[in-house]
Design a binder for this molecule. Structure first.
Ligand SMILES: C[S@@+](CC[C@H](N)C(=O)[O-])C[C@H]1O[C@@H](n2cnc3c(N)ncnc32)[C@H](O)[C@@H]1O
Length: 190
């Protein structure tokens, strides 16, 4: 069952805001091979990440490589808006279905894009659970496109060469979560 068939079969396409979305789903397509395989952040760690970045009403949270969309859905439950960026079209369909099922479609969009090519300038918070080398490659783009004061919360792997404001040892895991804030001096760094 594809995404449009899911929407039709679920009946969500006839329910208020979901009706608008069901006719408005952007197309999904193979772009290129993903840079990292899918592994979801455990739901408890999602909440830890959102706490760390103090996500709340008015925030715009981008998850770069959003998988099933759980981080942006959880952000929406806190009153934020969310944008999930995902290169794998099957995961895009899954995330979109979750957004509809959780009825947060008014505040959450899933975009089938390469995260390295996405314009990040509207984000107040960026969530990352990607490999250190990807974080390193992304850093100049984060400095260039994010506003001063924007937060970056990274699960598992730090952003090499960027000093975190806080590091949280996530219980029961061997991975940390890292919080960064874009500072004025970062705007001129590379
Ligand atoms: C480790 S998973 C994290 C999923 C989700 N953020 C979470 O924490 O539950 C990394 C995700 O990044 C996606 N991905 C890999 N390379 C990408 C790229 N260049 N652009 C967008 N997404 C990408 C993968 O398909 C995968 O879903």
């Amino acid at each position: 069952m594809n995404r449009r068939q899911f929407v039709a079969a679920s009946g969500l396409g006839f329910a208020g805001t979901a009706a608008a979305q069901s006719t408005d789903l952007p197309p999904c397509a193979y772009i290129r091979t993903a840079d990292v395989v899918y592994e979801p952040t455990p739901r408890g760690v999602v909440e830890t990440m959102l706490d760390l970045a103090r996500v709340g009403t008015g925030d715009v949270v981008y998850d770069l490589g959003c998988g099933d969309g759980r981080i942006v859905v959880a952000a929406a439950r806190r009153g934020a808006s969310g944008v999930g960026i995902e290169i794998d079209p099957h995961l895009v369909e899954w995330a979109q279905a979750n957004v509809l099922a959780e009825r947060v479609g008014e505040r959450v969009k899933i975009w089938n894009q390469d995260l390295f090519l996405t314009d990040l300038s509207a984000a107040s918070v960026i969530a990352l659970y990607i490999l250190p080398e990807m974080n390193r490659r992304l850093r100049p783009k984060l400095f260039r496109e994010l506003k001063v004061g924007a937060r970056v919360v990274a699960n598992g792997f730090e952003v090499p060469g960027w000093k975190p404001d806080r590091v949280i040892d996530v219980p029961t895991r061997y991975l940390n979560a890292y919080l960064y804030t874009v500072k004025p001096e970062d705007k001129t760094a590379t």
